[in-house]
Write a protein that binds this ligand. Sequence first.
Ligand SMILES: Nc1ncnc2c1ncn2[C@@H]1O[C@H](COP(=O)(O)OP(=O)(O)OP(=O)(O)O)[C@@H](O)[C@H]1O
Length: 263
Amino acid sequence: MTQEPGQATNSAVRISALWKRYGEQVAVAGIDLDLPAGKFIGLVGPNGAGKTTTLSMVTGLLRPDSGTVEVAGHDVWRDPVAVKARIGVLPEGLRMFERLSGRELLDYTGRLRGLPGDEVEKRTTQLLDVLDLAGSQHKLVVDYSTGMRKKIGLAAALLHNPEVLFLDEPFEGVDPVSAQTIRGVLERYTDSGATVVFSSHVMELVESLCDWVAVMAAGRIRAQGPLAEVRGEAPSLQDAFLELVGAGRGAGRDLDWLGGGAR
Ligand SMILES: Nc1ncnc2c1ncn2[C@@H]1O[C@H](COP(=O)(O)OP(=O)(O)OP(=O)(O)O)[C@@H](O)[C@H]1O
């Protein structure tokens, strides 16, 4: 059911019976997810679980085989313009306009989003400042480090003040200082009532940031809910996760030739 534009909704994202296959490979196997608005949400799962495929379908970058996705009350595939106006996306391996400087990239993004020039300028200056990129604002994006690319990508995704922000592995390749900066910006953003959905396989990070998690493995949702509920009696999210995805702690036992100095 799609709500009328502007109507209040408690769900930031509603996914129903979503499927995606790549040939014989089932990447996403009919998942249902209801992600509450105003939360810091982690989508966690091992390599190949289907996180990127799910986020791509939710953000309108990849067409599902079947199923529906609603973001901020709008159907992603029937009402793509309304959805794209309300979301910010930092995809994995984001392609950017490499020959623009950081500031030019944000200026261009702001204008594409239809913001007035003076507003773009103001927000750009503030974001560059907060994300510690002011000193590199005139450097070409092609010369940015991995962490700087993540930060400028995040700034571009935030510029139009979206209702829901989707981030695929936002902390991958980011040093602890930059990670702390990104974290501060995201916490401020969710405190104002916006929603962050991010994918990660770093459990400690998810545990320390998120108030709500969805655990994915082999294309299916294994658990979803408030962090404390998903963690249950387990000492940490990592333990709960290993239990849920059935990971063997004995992995490597067969590698009897490995280590010990014998050649
Ligand atoms: N373009 C593609 N063509 C064929 N198979 C694909 C494609 N993209 C993903 N897959 C397969 O779909 C499954 C889910 O992949 P996906 O990238 O969504 O997982 P992920 O949870 O994001 O993994 P990771 O944490 O390693 O990035 C994997 O088995 C992967 O090999």
